[in-house]
Design a protein around this ligand. Sequence first.
Ligand code: ADE
Length: 239
Amino acid sequence: MSWQATVLTLFPEMFPGPLGLSLAGRALNEGTWSCTPHDLRPHGLGRHRAVDDTPFGGGAGMVIRADVVDAALSAVQAPADVPRVFMTPRGRPLRQRDVSRYAEGPGVVLLCGRFEGVDERVLQARNIEQVSIGDYVLSGGETAALVLLDACVRLLPGVMGSDESGVEESFSDGLLEYPHYTRPAVWDGHDVPEVLLSGNHGAIAAWRQKQAEEITRERRPDLWSAWLARREENEATAA
Ligand code: ADE
C-alpha cells in the first residue's frame, strides 16, 4: 500500500508541483506515494460556488465555510486513521517527530486555506489538527502543505539514497548538524579544518559533535536548552 496524500485546496494545479521532480518525483512515479489534489470549489454554494463568507463579529478577510470543508472531507473518503491537518500560521509548529509520525502512517489529508482561515467548528468537530511550518505568514496553505509532504516523503522506505543520511542529520538527536566540506582542500585561500583530513575517525567524530553543539547553542538556544536538559536527565538515570 502506498502512502497517500490528499490535498483539499482551491488551487489543485499547485500539486504535486515541485514534488513531481527529484527524489519525491521518482518515488511518486514508482508508486511509493500518491498525491491527490481535491478542489474545494465544486463544494461551494450558489452559482458562484462560494466557499467563504464574512466573519461573524466583523473584521477583515473571509472565512472558509464549515459546510464546504465538511463536504470536501466526505467526498475524499479517507479512512478514519488518516490524520487530517489544516495548514495555518495559528497551528502547532511542525517538528521532525510529527513528520515521522505522519510518514509512518497511511498518509495525510491536508486542508489548505486562503483568506483569513477556516470556520473553527469544522476543525474541532472533524478532529482536524492545526499545523504551522514557521512564524511567518504565507499567502496560503499550499506551499506549507508542499513543505510538510516533502519532509514526509523523503522518510518513506526506499526514497532516500542511503539510510544513513536520514540518521545523522539535524534534529534526529536534537542538535543542528555539523558543517560539511569537500574538495578542493584549499579553496580561494580557505583551508578545510585539518582534523577532517587526518583519517582519525575518533577525532573527526569528536570534532563534529563539538561543532554541532556550538552551532546549536549559538543559532538555536531553544534546541540547546532542551538538549542540555535531556543530557542531564540521561546522566541522572545512568548514575
Ligand atoms: N498558511 C499561511 N502561513 C502558514 C504557515 N506559516 N504555516 C502553515 N500554513 C500557513
